[in-house]
Design a protein around this ligand. Structure first.
Ligand SMILES: [Zn+2]
Length: 168
């Protein structure tokens, strides 16, 4: 898989993820400084060998509004660690409205959870209080860093120190 490069704002808050090509262009234009490299990767050109950037930082502060992580099935399952939020099952996952739609429950990060098919059926059209089912964690709106850390743990350990995640 092609490596990705984490882009930080001047204040070190994560703002984007770009391809290595884009990161190299930004580096040549002196728009960014490289803070971390992928140690075992290099890029060869005719005359030189470059280290593969892992984390770059904008040289000027940019006001980039963050629109929030896209609410979809995949991202919701990721937020919940791929587990039913009632029983912990990892099979037959569905999406459950904590407060059912019929009772005015919204379709948003704080009212949607991952639930296995069985729990979803058992809970039916009831609120957790009515059904007596207890949520394992309170649903929350994930930050960009949350998803970046999730990605970094699998593909880009070099990002972790810049995401406020402790490395071992
Ligand atoms: Zn379940």
């Amino acid at each position: 898989m092609e490596k990705r490069v984490l882009v930080l704002n001047l204040d070190h808050s994560p703002v984007a993820v770009v391809t290595v090509q884009k990161a190299m262009v930004l580096t040549f234009l002196e728009k960014v400084s490289c803070l971390s490299f992928y140690e075992s990767y290099t890029i060869r050109t005719v005359s030189r060998t470059f280290q593969y950037p892992a984390v770059i930082r904008l040289n000027e502060y940019k006001n980039i509004p963050f629109r929030g992580v896209l609410l979809n099935r995949n991202n919701l399952f990721k937020r919940d660690g791929g587990e039913c939020q009632y029983c912990g099952s990892r099979k037959n996952l569905t999406i459950d409205h904590v407060i059912p739609r019929s009772k005015g429950g919204k379709t948003n990060w704080t009212n949607l959870i991952t639930a296995c098919h069985r729990c979803n059926v058992v809970k039916g059209d009831k609120s957790p209080e009515q059904s007596g089912m207890i949520l394992r964690s309170k649903p929350f709106k994930p930050s960009l860093s949350f998803f970046l850390a999730e990605y970094a743990e699998r593909h880009a350990e070099e990002w972790l120190p810049f995401l406020g995640v402790k490395t071992v």
